[in-house]
Design a protein around this ligand. Structure first.
Ligand code: CA
Length: 232
C-alpha cells in the first residue's frame, strides 16, 4: 500500500481528502504545517507527498526546497490555488514533480497521485524496452536499476528518479537533440508548453554531479534554442 503524506492546514479539507485517498487504497498521514511535515519526514518514509503551498509557517515551496536539498527524492505534488499558477511553477522549480490546483476536482487529484507514483516506479523499470539497463560516459557508469552512478575509483552517487529519467531519455536518443518540452512530457508527465526552469535546473545539477568541468560540459551539452544533446 502506497503511503502518502498530506500537508494541509485547513482541517476539513485535509480530512476530506484523506478520507477519499484512503478509500482509493492509500495509507494517509496528515501534517498541518510545513514544520510538522519536515519532522515526520525525518522519522518516516512515504511514497508521495501532497503539499499545499499556503501554510501558516514555512510555505510548501520552502518545504519542497528543503526536502530536495537534503536528498529526499519522494515525488511531491504541489497543491496551489487556481488563480496562482505562478505558485505551481515555483513549486516545480523548487523540485516538485507535479501540481494540482484548488478547489480540487477529486478525480484529478487521484489521477495526479497515480501518475506521480507510476513515474516513480518507472525510475526502476522503464516501459520502453529499448532503454538500456546502464549508461556509460566520462568516468561514470549509471545503473538504472539501482539508481547509482559509480566511478572506477569506487566513488558512488545516488541519483533521483527525475535525474535518472533524464539520463534514460538521453540514453535512448544518443546524439539527438532532446527539447525541454520532450523532457517535461516524458520525464515529468507535464504539458511541454509549461514555462518552467525545471528541466534546466535538473540539467545543471546533473552536470555538477557528473561532468568533469560542469561549466564546459562534454557529455550533457546545450543546443541553443533547441534543447540538450547527450554525447556518450
Ligand atoms: Ca493552506
Amino acid at each position: 500500500m502506497s503511503r502518502i503524506l498530506l500537508v494541509e492546514d485547513e482541517d476539513h479539507l485535509a480530512q476530506g481528502l484523506a478520507y477519499n485517498l484512503r478509500n482509493s487504497g492509500y495509507d494517509v498521514e496528515i501534517a498541518s504545517t510545513g514544520e510538522a511535515a519536515l519532522e515526520v519526514l525525518e522519522r518516516q518514509t512515504f511514497d508521495l507527498i501532497l503539499l499545499d503551498v499556503m501554510l501558516p509557517g514555512i510555505s510548501g515551496l520552502e518545504v519542497a526546497e528543503t526536502l530536495r536539498k537534503t536528498g529526499h527524492t519522494e515525488p511531491i505534488v504541489i497543491v496551489s490555488a487556481k488563480d496562482r499558477t505562478a505558485d505551481a511553477v515555483a513549486g516545480l522549480d523548487a523540485g516538485a514533480d507535479d501540481y494540482v490546483t484548488k478547489p480540487f476536482d477529486l478525480d484529478e487529484v487521484l489521477a495526479r497521485v497515480r501518475g506521480a507514483l507510476r513515474r516513480q516506479v518507472w525510475g526502476r523499470t522503464f516501459p520502453n524496452s529499448h532503454a538500456p539497463e546502464t549508461l556509460e560516459f566520462g568516468r561514470w557508469q549509471i545503473d538504472f536499476q539501482t539508481f547509482l552512478a559509480t566511478a572506477p575509483d569506487g566513488e558512488e552517487l545516488r541519483l533521483s528518479p527525475k535525474e535518472l529519467g533524464i539520463l534514460r531519455l538521453f540514453a535512448t536518443r544518443p546524439g539527438e537533440v532532446v527539447s525541454r518540452e520532450t523532457f517535461l512530457e516524458e520525464v515529468w508527465g507535464l504539458p511541454g508548453s509549461l514555462e518552467t526552469r525545471t528541466v534546466d535546473n535538473f540539467i545543471r545539477k546533473l552536470r555538477r554531479a557528473l561532468e568533469e568541468h560542469p561549466s564546459r560540459p562534454r557529455h550533457i551539452t546545450s543546443v541553443r534554442g533547441a534543447g540538450y544533446r547527450f554525447v556518450p
